[in-house]
Design a protein around this ligand. Structure first.
Ligand SMILES: [Zn+2]
Length: 120
């Protein structure tokens, strides 16, 4: 007799669920004020800082918080933000997960500013 297939959630459903837990960008504080600050930051500093650190020139597509808001970073402190390209924003996300897992969140600004200090 045929057995029912085990129920597995698709990747799309998992992603949707993760987004629901996380809340929308607006729910997380990224409102019209933040959008204006982000735009102004990119007007003043149009290039990805990480790319500049490795000798490349790429436009910053978004403004990232060195210490994420969810981890207590200051939303509007200019010292807590830097412009990144999409690729480096992804790499920064990996660095954040590593910092959370190893209890080193306070090192994120150092790792952002000094490529030589970053974990391998
Ligand atoms: Zn970059």
């Amino acid at each position: 007799m045929p057995q029912p297939l085990p129920r597995r959630r698709s990747a799309a459903v998992k992603e949707l669920s993760k987004r629901q837990q996380r809340g929308s960008a607006t729910e997380r504080g990224y409102d019209h004020v933040w959008r204006r600050v982000s735009l102004r930051h990119r007007q003043l500093f149009p290039f990805c800082i990480w790319c500049r650190q490795v000798g490349r020139l790429e436009f910053a597509k978004l403004v990232d918080h060195k210490i994420p808001i969810v981890d207590g970073g200051a939303m509007f402190d200019p010292a807590n933000r830097w412009g990144l390209c999409v690729m480096h924003h992804g790499v920064k996300g990996e660095m954040e997960r590593f910092a959370r897992k190893t209890g080193q969140l306070e090192w994120l600004p150092v790792w952002c500013d000094d490529p030589a200090a970053r974990p391998p």
